[in-house]
Ligand binder design. Structure first.
Ligand code: MLT
Length: 409
């Protein structure tokens, strides 16, 4: 009989968001009249901006005519989009070339798949709390042992990001090969400072480590002095891969388009100790396993970088960030300790009365009919914390905050 990849059996039974969905479905089935407000998964609610939709429409139209029809596109993405992305990085002070950009169908996929090009005995460091994809994909690949009672996997290096350390993880005491960093952070909403990022780049250079930098939420940074791209940091082009997405930036969670930058200068060693280009490996991986994002969607993504596209996405982001302000300030008025939500669409809060994250989830769902995400679902350091997403329709956000306040926690 065929044998399974037994690493899958080390995983917690369900991925976090489907598990939340399951509990919410059970609640709504039992309480069909409850008006549930979902601020759990970070899923956008506002429609695509007009310049983006028009560009997608124009792309579809081109496919309807023999002279402009297109079949398979380049696996790495069309040149027009790769160039627009590279120009955008350059405008942010980050040195990225078009042929270093790999267009994809999502940062979840890319941050999950990237580990394939590294050795299975690579030592992996993750922050705690952390976006679960980084951990689970390394578990699936066999880089860990079993999970302990708190959910931590043997063999992974966990770097706590807590209120106490200002969500600024300390450097590992020993050597690690791969370091996942996310800024602005999902789930805590914290942004790593320039100094902190320089410290990581210096560590990576000294230790021949690779930084896997997830900046899917960079468009939410409103302070121009904060770092949006790791490539703003001197030396990063030798040690870092960066992941970005149109999902939260331009409302593409259902549309699907993202991109990953693998600089030509970033290298790691093979078994013989020889240096190998990670750009070549990732290109080899993508050309084998991926056939690119559809042409109309890439046209829509390119429209994000036009002046009209930029104006439109800034408006949408401002809408979500006003939601974040309402949640942050409303909960603070209710006496709840809140973090994040200033340069990120996530508000990280301390559960009142020290109850567990899942207890707070159940309390909020049953008493206020509001869905959030238990902090412990992101790692053991998230226990006793809770995440609310700012991706909601304004009236729902206002209603959710008023229902939470009314609980008098
Ligand atoms: C989240 O809620 O953390 C995100 O929506 C997950 C994702 O982007 O995959």
């Amino acid at each position: 009989m065929a044998k399974i990849n037994s690493n899958y059996q080390k995983l917690a039974a369900g991925y976090l968001f489907p598990e939340i969905g399951r509990r919410v479905s059970a609640f709504t089935a039992a309480n069909p009249d409850a008006k549930v407000i979902r601020l759990g998964i970070g899923d956008v609610v506002l429609p695509l901006a007009e310049p983006i939709r028009k560009a997608i429409d124009a792309g579809v139209e081109e496919l309807g005519h023999i002279e402009s029809f297109k079949g398979y596109g380049p696996e790495q993405g069309y040149e027009f989009l790769r160039q627009a992305i590279a120009d955008h990085f350059q405008s942010q002070g980050a040195d990225v070339a078009a042929d270093e950009v790999f267009v994809s169908d999502g940062s979840k996929c890319d941050t999950g798949n990237i580990q394939e090009i590294f050795s299975t005995d690579a030592v992996v460091a993750v922050t705690d709390p952390v976006y679960p994809v980084y951990v689970d994909t390394n578990v699936m690949a066999g880089r860990t042992g079993a999970a302990d009672a708190s959910g931590r996997y043997e063999g992974l290096v966990y770097m706590p990001c807590t209120v106490e350390n200002g969500f600024d993880p300390e450097l590992p005491t020993g050597h690690v090969d791969l370091i996942y960093l996310c800024s602005p952070n999902n789930p805590t909403g914290a942004v790593l400072s320039r100094e902190a990022l320089q410290k990581w780049v210096d560590y990576a250079k000294a230790n021949e480590s690779i930084i896997l930098f997830d900046s899917a939420y960079e468009a939410y940074i409103s302070d121009p002095s904060l770092v949006r791209s790791i490539y703003e940091i001197p030396g990063a082009r030798d040690v870092a891969i960066e992941f970005r997405s149109f999902s939260k930036t331009a409302g593409f969670t259902g549309v699907r388009c993202a991109y990953t930058v693998v600089p030509k200068s970033v290298q790691a060693r093979n078994e013989n100790g020889e240096l190998v280009s990670l750009h070549t490996l990732w290109s080899r991986r993508q050309t084998t396993k991926f056939n690119g994002v559809s042409y109309p969607i890439q046209k829509g993504a390119a429209a994000v970088f036009t002046p009209e596209g930029q104006a439109a996405i800034k408006e949408t982001i401002a809408y979500y960030m006003e939601n974040a302000r309402l949640i942050r300030e409303g909960l603070a008025e209710a006496g709840i300790a809140v973090y994040g939500g200033v340069h990120a669409p996530y508000i990280w809060l301390k559960t009142p009365g020290n109850i567990t994250s899942w207890e707070f989830f159940d309390l909020l769902l049953s008493k206020a009919h509001v869905v959030g995400t238990p902090g412990s679902g992101f790692g053991s350091s998230g226990e006793g914390y809770f995440r609310l997403s700012a991706f909601g329709v304004r009236e729902n956000v206002i209603e959710a905050v008023s229902r939470i306040k009314a609980l008098k926690l």
